[in-house]
Design a protein around this ligand. Sequence first.
Ligand SMILES: [Zn+2]
Length: 222
Amino acid sequence: MSWQLWFDRWAVTKGGPGSGHWGHAGRPGHHGGSAPGGGKHAAPEAYAAATGGVALPKLQVTDKKLKNVVTSTLQGLPSEHVGLLSGVSEEDLGKGIVGYASYSTGSIVLNPREGVGQGEIVHEVGHFVQMKGVSNDVRRDIYGLYTDAVREAGLTPGDIASHSWYGSDAPKGFPTGYAATNVAEFFAESYRLYVTDPGALKSASSEIYSYLKEQVFKGKEY
Ligand SMILES: [Zn+2]
């Protein structure tokens, strides 16, 4: 399947049903937007962080607690991943929605009402890494890892589509239940665990862990 076709299919699935979710449920249209390399996002307005050496994107966050967790989380990630973001902003998204990745603006939008933690921020950065931070070959490999996991867990595409995976137990070989939703959430959840709970990712799938270590994190471990 071509990358564009894959992207289109995936973007369509984003409008599907879901509950709660720290991402995108109920907000179709915010999670698709421009194709990779489409040039629709604003130029990064990065500036060097006072500490840490990772250039942070523009932070339009007034909530102090949220600003602290965003800053410390981004400073812990590879600078080339953080550099994919044009900004982080806050918005009251209503109850149960923690944030989403806006591909049209290149920014992460977080809900200060929802007690956003490190994991949610890392998850959203993961979406940008998959979209813009890896080669087409790596993106294809990730799709392969996802489809292998689906097959090995004994799931069918119909099972995947008909189930609401948020909060579900992880099928065998998946980092989390939510990761079964589609390949984008599979990657974002794997990326999140790689950083925040590497032991859990290793025990879910040493193959996914090793692949991320080599191809996405260039050997860096947490
Ligand atoms: Zn997500």
